[in-house]
Ligand binder design. Sequence first.
Ligand code: KG4
Ligand code: ZN
Length: 341
Amino acid sequence: MLILGIESSCDETAASVAKDYTEILSNVVASQVEEHKLYGGVVPEIASRRHCENILWVVQKALDDANVTLEDIDGIAVTYAPGLIGALLVGVNFAKGLALASNKPLVPVHHIAGHISANYIAHPELKPPYLCLVASGGHSHIVEVLSYNKFKVIGRTRDDAAGECFDKCARAMGFPYPGGVHIDKASKLGNPEAYNLPKPKVSGGEYDFSFSGLKTAVVNLLHNSKQKGTEIDVNDLSASVQKTISEVLTEHTIHAAQDLGYNTIAVAGGVSANSGVRLAMENECKKHGYKLYLPPLSLCGDNGAMIACAGSYAYAEGIRADSGLNAYATMSLETIFSDII
Ligand code: KG4
Ligand code: ZN
């Protein structure tokens, strides 16, 4: 079974061919990050335009690199939600056209289901059910992965996502966009105990997150020190921010695993590339005797391979879309296929 996966939900135009779910024959990513860096964040209109320019050659290269033609493909999977609406529409409409012209089935993929699937590529032995922490620029979720296509979200952020918090703190410290990776690098030179930052608890949802207070604390700290003319050690502050975010993500995930009786945990999304998050999860899972799955760094961020893999599981379960498929800026992971499975 060969599935072509297409991803355009944010600032990466990506395509990949997956064979039999997890064997990645090609993985092409055209990143726009250098252009968005000029503006300190993703400019949606620019993202849409670049997707339009890149999508044809990215998909063609994915087929070429895999040494296959469109004829060989069994299904065309595409991210249809959530993300920047104009960016998503480029991928969705391209995939619809391609499916129609080639008479191939169209398979809708939820972006977060894609991130979760990145772990199957690196660890084909990982099988549902298990608990997954998904932390990206737009989402912080604790997800019960009930089956390959069925999810229950038991924890979510009430405000900023973990990646968003990394990026906003990084921006306040003067790092370029996207700042998460810069905080990660600076942390290696800093003292994580240097600054005592707030770890907000959320009333109501036991496993929910809130990161906006941490961001505000960092912005205030920098602002006050500027006013007083005192120095802030950016390496120390980075290490303190990274430690706080890593601890919050890990504590909530372990807590959920204990309560719900999971002993297999996975981490997914852009923030799963963070060395502090990976180490905290490794240490805590070891302490509790849990099996931990982390995606390789190459598959943490947005890519086509995760969409081709998630699309393969959806295709196998008969999940299809027709030319009426729309793109959605927001879409719950729980309701995606509720009418089908
Ligand atoms: O999953 P992703 O590529 O895109 C979304 O779906 O949002 O995640 C991007 C996020 C950004 O906020 C980026 O700063 C963060 O992941 N990120 C990191 C690291 N690498 C990427 N955050 C902390 N440390 C990293 N090493
Ligand atoms: Zn993503």
